[in-house]
Write a protein that binds this ligand. Structure first.
Ligand code: SF4
Length: 111
């Protein structure tokens, strides 16, 4: 949900509902879980800043090489999770960092 909250254009729409799942152990309490009902991005508003990709703690958003998705009607640029899932197939594999670009561990002086 950070993506929708941090998007400067407010063009990510998320809707979900809660439900009770059975307990993990016998005699336990039912667990409350969230189910995603809607995840849509309005590409008529998106400015490709990438903030949504950067802030996601679960790395659930990716850049895709898909860019030719023009539509005759501007309303059709609102893409839901089924369309976004199709583009997921075109996401390139993760490339390893260049040698020497790893984060250096800071040395803490001993007291
Ligand atoms: S890339 Fe688009 S959807 Fe993501 S935060 Fe920026 S404007 Fe919003």
């Amino acid at each position: 949900m950070l993506c929708a909250r941090e998007c400067p254009d407010w063009c990510i729409y998320i809707e979900a509902h809660k439900y009770l799942a059975p307990p993990r152990r016998e005699g336990g309490k039912p667990r409350q879980k969230n189910a995603l009902d809607r995840f849509s991005i309005d590409f008529s508003l998106c400015m490709y800043c990438g903030i949504c990709v950067e802030v996601c703690p679960f790395e659930a958003l990716f850049w895709s090489p898909e860019f030719e998705y023009s539509e005759p009607r501007i309303a059709d640029l609102l893409h839901d999770k089924s369309q976004l899932g199709i583009w997921f197939e075109t996401v390139p594999e993760f490339e390893a960092y260049e040698p020497g670009s790893e984060v250096k561990v800071k040395k803490v002086p001993k007291p």
